[in-house]
Design a protein around this ligand. Sequence first.
Ligand code: SP5
Ligand code: ZN
Length: 347
Amino acid sequence: MLTFYNELHAQHQGRHEFFRGELVPCFEKPERADSVLAELGRRGLGRIVTPHGVPLMSLERVHTPRYLHFLRNAWNEWVALDPANAKKDAIPSVWPVRTLRSDIEPDNFAARMGLYSMDSGTPLTAGTWTAAKTGADCAVNAAHALRLGERGAFVLSRPPGHHAGADFFGGYCFLNNAALAAQHLLDDGARKVAIIDIDYHHGNGTQSIFYQRSDVLFISIHADPRGEYPFYLGHADERGEGAGHGFNLNLPLAAGSSTQAWFSALETACIRIGSFAPDALVVSLGVDTFAGDPLSRFSLQSADYLKIGERLAWLNLPTAFIFEGGYAIKELGVNVVNVLEGYETAL
Ligand code: SP5
Ligand code: ZN
């Protein structure tokens, strides 16, 4: 397994997110990636490398130019409003819902923060662009490595990506690393790519990016969005649109569902991936399905992550694993590396 490590991840370091009317410390913090890196070192799962920078054009395959332009300059604009802002997170506070217009880009910075975001839980900080862009580099590099014949690649980066859409951030995510990897696989010659998203939360960004396409199959196993973030997408009746009809599969499970129910959904997902017959697989690897996760209500144990890696290996596809959520810092490294080791040792 070749790991692409984003050594600039800690440049994205949010201070606070809103929770029940108060600012609470961010769950999505640098120690998460540190925990995985330390465990990777202990387990000796293969080379850990730094990515080559990719052109912004590669990011424009997934994200809109105006969103990328906004994200790249947002911190400077925030500080230009008031030099004292340099010590504060930028957090959106107003959104163009339903009957409000999102076709006109406002001049006002707060208005543009809302235009390009979906929640108040995703602070933008001094190094957000640098960390997210380097993560995108990792994702594109991982896809490229698979096309060159690597059997498995792991993107160890934060912030995560699967909630970020073509033109918005949210759910701790800014650039959609899984979508960037899938798109690069296609641009590099793959005919079809499957994405399986096993984070506790539905991958709304990834789903929306590929919703009208039949060359990317998107499957997500997640907590029922009626009760869990991202709330407004991830229901079972979302099957894809137009040419993409039949190429989106959501497998929501009630919060509190058993591990047996979770693995049964994994089996359904794997059977669909088999019938799709892709050239490569992208895994949005969140481990917030862990019993001890502070945000989530599934019950997977550390040993279960070995079984997940094994099951995915049986699909016998070149596979890119993209680190997404998971907030139980102490067990995070073991849980993530267990998936990778299960994948490596299965065949
Ligand atoms: C990548 C990813 O896993 N994103 C998840 C975003 C979830 N954001 C909402 C979190 C709500 C925090 N609730 C605090 C509960 C404390 N017990
Ligand atoms: Zn999650």
